[in-house]
Ligand binder design. Structure first.
Ligand SMILES: [Fe+2]
Length: 192
C-alpha cells in the first residue's frame, strides 16, 4: 500500500493550507498578465509594484492517474487589474469528458464555466458553496471580494489540464468590478 493511501490530511479553511503540505504553485501577474483585458493597467502595476501574487495552488502528491482523485486548494488574493478582478488562468480538461467539484472554504468569488460553443455560466461562491463543473466545460475562478477567496477542488486523476485553448481563445465573458459589484460582460476579443 502506498503512503498516499493512508496519510491523514487536513485543510485549514481560513488559509487554504493543506497539511501535510506537498507543493505550492504560485502564479504572479508577470506570468499571467496576458489573461487580463487591460494590458496598460497590468504594465502599470508591474512598474509600480515589481510583481504581484495573484493566486496560489496547494497540491498533494496524489498521482494524476485514472484510479485516483487528486485534490487541491486555491487561494486567489483580492484585487483588480484595471477594473477586472484577480482570477485564475482557466482551463479545459485535456480529456473533455471529465468533471470537477469545487467547495468554497473562505471569502467570496465566482466560478465561471464555459463550453466549447462559448456559452458561459457563473456560479457565485462563498464558504459552503459547492460548484460543479460538468464534463466538457472549461473553468476559471475569480475573487470578487475583499478577502482571499479560498476553495477546495477534486477531479478525476486522468482529467489532464488543457490551458492552451483558453490562453489562445480566452473566455467569452469577463468579470469586471463596477460601483454595484461584479458585472459579467462580453469579451470583445473572444476567439480573435
Ligand atoms: Fe480542472
Amino acid at each position: 500500500m502506498d503512503n498516499h493511501e493512508v496519510t491523514i490530511r487536513s485543510v485549514d479553511f481560513s488559509t487554504g493550507v493543506i497539511s501535510p503540505s506537498y507543493r505550492v504553485l504560485r502564479r504572479t501577474l508577470r506570468e499571467i498578465a496576458p489573461i487580463f483585458w487591460d494590458q496598460e493597467a497590468a504594465k502599470s502595476i508591474l512598474q509600480a509594484e515589481g510583481d504581484r501574487l495573484i493566486y496560489e495552488v496547494h497540491v498533494t502528491e496524489i498521482p494524476e492517474s485514472i484510479e485516483h482523485l487528486p485534490f487541491c486548494t486555491t487561494i486567489i488574493y483580492p484585487g483588480c487589474v484595471g477594473e477586472e478582478y484577480h482570477m485564475t488562468k482557466g482551463h479545459f480538461h485535456s480529456q473533455r469528458q471529465r468533471a470537477e467539484i469545487y467547495l468554497g472554504l473562505s471569502g467570496k468569488g465566482a466560478l465561471l464555466i464555459q463550453n466549447e460553443e462559448g456559452e458561459v455560466r457563473m456560479i457565485e461562491m462563498e464558504k459552503g458553496t459547492i460548484g460543479y463543473v460538468p464534463p466538457g466545460w472549461a473553468h476559471r475562478t475569480v475573487n470578487t471580494g475583499e478577502e482571499p477567496f479560498i476553495f477546495f477542488a477534486v477531479y478525476p486523476g486522468d482529467a489532464g489540464h488543457d490551458y492552451k485553448t483558453i490562453e489562445e481563445q480566452g473566455f467569452a465573458r469577463r468579470l469586471f468590478k463596477d460601483q454595484h459589484g461584479p458585472r459579467l460582460v462580453e469579451s470583445p476579443n473572444w476567439r480573435k
